[in-house]
Design a protein around this ligand. Structure first.
Ligand SMILES: *Cc1c(COP(=O)(O)O)cnc(C)c1O
Ligand code: SF4
Length: 340
């Protein structure tokens, strides 16, 4: 008989994959599967394989669970389902609607406005929103993470006029927490940074992302944190989202919401008022209501300016002043978002 081999050395503690990363990978990517889950017919829904090939569908299962079964016009479904309307070429709707190319300061750093620099932390998102400019740049090859943050951090360090760094993307929370910690450690050495801002849709579409490790990281940051989430409809909130937002608040973040005005999703004063009130109940103040960026494939979501203004006026007549978001549009070359 052979002697037993020496026992293998105990494996070094391999950190378990965080739960949110598993949920991320299990997202629904097949439009037919999503429709079947909701008891809907693919033909009636007008889904488009061409649109899905151009910009893949991606929907976390928890987000899909907040859709109303049997309702083709569900406001959450409309935001994520690839449909034939996207194939229409509409004059004025371009591939790069916001002119980010012109505002580049370094790889992954965009500065358009005084005092604040936007850091494109990553190109990925947990959900693919059909109206997003990202549909034409899904890979964002120029993220700030690529060289271990060196180029981005050097560009910010070299400009004392920057006092606020905005982590954006893609979705910055698609980066693992240790990666975010790497970045914040480098930024902490820059004396002129006084505020950090995070733009992320994950607390809403994949609230499990706000786990203990993340909260620990955020609580220890040396700056006040403004956390701007992105919800377009009251139905996007549920108990799991409320919990994630409560954790962010306990970690010291000021919570704000930006929404996009979308035809067929939230273009009624009732839907907008409910969104603002539901967000506030979860500790989130309305910040911006954006007019759609005019990108190819999103024309069917557009609400014209006159209707947008009318909706906004009605909203202001209904709600407390602090519950009314600013109605804005991004215009290339402007010193900030342009009020309508
Ligand atoms: C929208 C945006 C900001 C943030 O603008 P605020 O009005 O401060 O919210 C900053 N940088 C860029 C490039 C932007 O597009
Ligand atoms: S950047 Fe925001 S709006 Fe665009 S796909 Fe990602 S989560 Fe959606």
């Amino acid at each position: 008989m052979q002697p037993d081999p020496a026992p293998a050395p105990a494996p070094a503690a391999v950190p378990a994959t965080p739960r949110w990363q598993r949920l991320w990978r299990e997202a629904v990517r097949d439009p037919r599967e999503l429709l079947a889950m909701l008891g809907l017919d693919a033909v009636a829904a007008g889904i488009s394989d061409a649109a899905a090939a151009q910009f893949a569908m991606r929907v976390p299962r928890g987000f899909a669970a907040r859709m109303r079964p049997g309702d083709l016009h569900d406001p959450l479904l409309r935001q994520v389902l690839p449909v034939v309307d996207e194939e229409r070429i509409v004059p004025g709707f371009a591939l790069d609607a916001v002119g980010d190319g012109a505002a580049k300061k370094a790889d992954g750093v965009i500065q358009k406005y005084r005092g604040r620099a936007l850091l494109v932390a990553t190109g990925s998102c947990a959900v693919n929103c059909r109206y997003c400019f990202r549909r034409h740049f899904p890979y964002a090859d120029e993220t700030a993470a690529r060289d271990g943050w060196a180029g981005a951090v050097a560009a910010i360090a070299a400009d004392p006029g920057i006092d606020e760094v905005i982590l954006s993307g893609g979705d910055p929370l698609s980066l693992a927490t240790p990666k975010l910690a790497e970045l914040s450690a480098q930024l902490a050495a820059i004396p002129h940074i006084r505020r950090l801002r995070i733009h992320s849709r994950l607390p809403v579409v994949l609230p499990e992302r706000v786990d203990e490790a993340f909260v620990e990281w955020m609580s220890a940051l040396p700056w006040p944190v403004a956390f701007v989430v992105h919800a377009n409809h009251a139905n996007e909130f549920d108990a799991s989202v409320d919990q994630a937002l409560a954790r962010l608040r306990r970690a010291g973040a000021q919570l704000l919401n930006q929404a996009v005005l979308l035809r067929g999703v939230n273009d009624s004063v009732d839907a907008l008022a409910e969104l603002c009130e539901r967000g506030y109940a979860a500790g989130v103040l309305p910040y911006y209501l954006h007019q759609l960026d005019r990108i190819q494939g999103a024309a069917h979501f557009e609400v014209d300016d006159e209707r947008a203004r009318a909706l906004h006026r009605q909203l202001a007549a209904r709600l407390s002043g602090y519950l009314v978001p600013k109605l804005v549009r991004e215009v290339q070359g402007d010193p900030g978002k342009r009020p309508l």
